[in-house]
Design a binder for this molecule. Sequence first.
Ligand code: SF4
Length: 209
Amino acid sequence: MVHGKKPSIVYWLGENLYLNITNRCPNNCYFCLRNFRNGVGGFNLKLEKEPSVAEIIAELEKVMNLKNWRDVVFCGFGEPLERLDSVLEVSKWIKRHYGKIFTLRVDTNGLAYLLNKGRSVVEELKMAGVDKVSVSLNAHTKEIYNQVCRPIFENAFESVLEFIEKARELLKVEVTAVRIPEVDIQAVEEIAKKLGVKFRVRDYIQPFW
Ligand code: SF4
């Protein structure tokens, strides 16, 4: 039960530590967890305000030594790469202090090139120490993408594909899709295969009303 709890910047599920640094996102996926939940695993992920880099690091310092974390992951109720510079700064801090211990991953919708025009997003992530990205492709065509993810950007689907192509040159890449009726999971897997990256299906957590 998360009702009434203070919002969490860091939270954990099993062996992984997660960073919830923004609630902003250029998509409005109908299956997005934040549409019908306040958080996950007993943590409240609805931020009242975005934390500064110093606040993120202060929260991280409290929990980094609690466990032998397997992955540290930027993934919350929003798109982490809405805050590219903060992701880069926090990543550098993590890698400087704990770099050899675990994988540093960003879970993203892959729209970073539309959100950060003119930036070399993948190269910058790599330089900051990010090891891996998990990209929500979520559709096998542009039409289906627009229908289920409802992006604010015109060429969102094409941009996600471009992000995957660039990322696979420098980072470990996994593509994911949520199992929903509109999406041909096999066709999404085919796209991932053609791009030469791993694929994982995520289960849709249905609202309970
Ligand atoms: S891209 Fe992710 S955070 Fe954004 S609306 Fe879709 S599921 Fe939610």
